[in-house]
Ligand binder design. Structure first.
Ligand code: AP5
Length: 211
């Protein structure tokens, strides 16, 4: 076990870990590692939306909103809150923290989550971590994923990938970063490093925020 995870108590003041980053930045990869180490709940809105898409019993009105995802655009806020808040509630109810993976994609969403956590008196336990990569690296990462795993997701299509970069790249992320910076809740790690190095940087960011 890496040194930085030996003392899990260092994370106790960060029960809400928000991973921010452009598509392909490694949010899912690092969220899985954090969840594995800390026993927190993993809230991936992308996964929740794909599960909804695969659910034959899901509300057709909700499913209709997934057209945006297939086109590489953001899905309607109300559906995101419906899916994510319910999952977060479940994990908090069993006393665990949560790792939010791609769950916040606009300032409007950031403000809504903030209100949600404030109502639960958890505003002081939030840390947002940006895993930063360049827009050029996004395309290389997503292409590699297709090469290694085959195209498992409809939005990993070359044309839609370009749309995701336009709509969800670094320019779109900036106001969200500014929002968390204004709350003094933002840490940035270098997502261009290896997966293990990024994990170590995240551990340091969590340790720093707790000290
Ligand atoms: P989502 O499923 O969250 O996709 P995404 O944001 O596009 O992110 P990815 O899953 O593609 O990448 P990632 O950052 O998780 O990186 P990963 O670890 O996989 O969302 C899908 C869609 O749902 C959105 O486009 C949107 O339509 C909708 N949606 C979701 N949330 C929403 C919200 N809140 N509001 C509105 N709409 C929403 O890594 C990528 C690849 O790189 C992998 O192959 C991995 O092995 C590799 N890799 C990871 N780290 C490294 C490293 N350090 N070095 C080298 N390779 C690495």
């Amino acid at each position: 076990m890496p040194r930085l995870y030996r003392d899990v108590s260092v994370f106790m003041s960060n029960r809400i870990i928000i991973l921010l980053g452009v598509p392909g930045s490694g949010k899912g990869t690092q969220a899985a590692r954090l969840v594995n180490r800390l026993g927190y709940g993993h809230i991936s809105t992308g996964e929740l939306l794909r599960a909804l898409e695969a659910d034959p019993n899901a509300d057709p009105a909700d499913k209709k909103k997934l057209i945006a995802m297939r086109a590489g655009k953001l899905v309607a806020d109300d559906l995101i809150y419906k899916l994510a808040f319910r999952e977060i509630e479940k994990h908090l109810a069993r006393g665990s923290g949560v790792v939010l993976d791609g769950a916040i994609r606009s300032v409007v969403q950031a403000e809504s989550y903030q209100k949600f956590f404030e109502a639960k008196k958890l505003a002081n336990e939030i840390i947002a971590i940006e895993i930063h990569i360049s827009d050029e690296t996004i395309l290389a990462r997503l292409r590699d994923r297709i090469k290694n795993q085959g195209q498992q997701r409809a939005d990993d299509d070359p044309e839609i990938m370009k749309r995701r970069i336009t709509e969800q790249g670094n320019a779109a992320l900036k106001p969200i970063l500014d929002y968390y910076r204004s709350l003094a809740a933002l840490q940035v790690v270098d997502g261009e490093l290896s997966m293990d190095e990024v994990e170590t940087e995240i551990g340091s960011a969590l340790r720093h925020a707790s000290s």
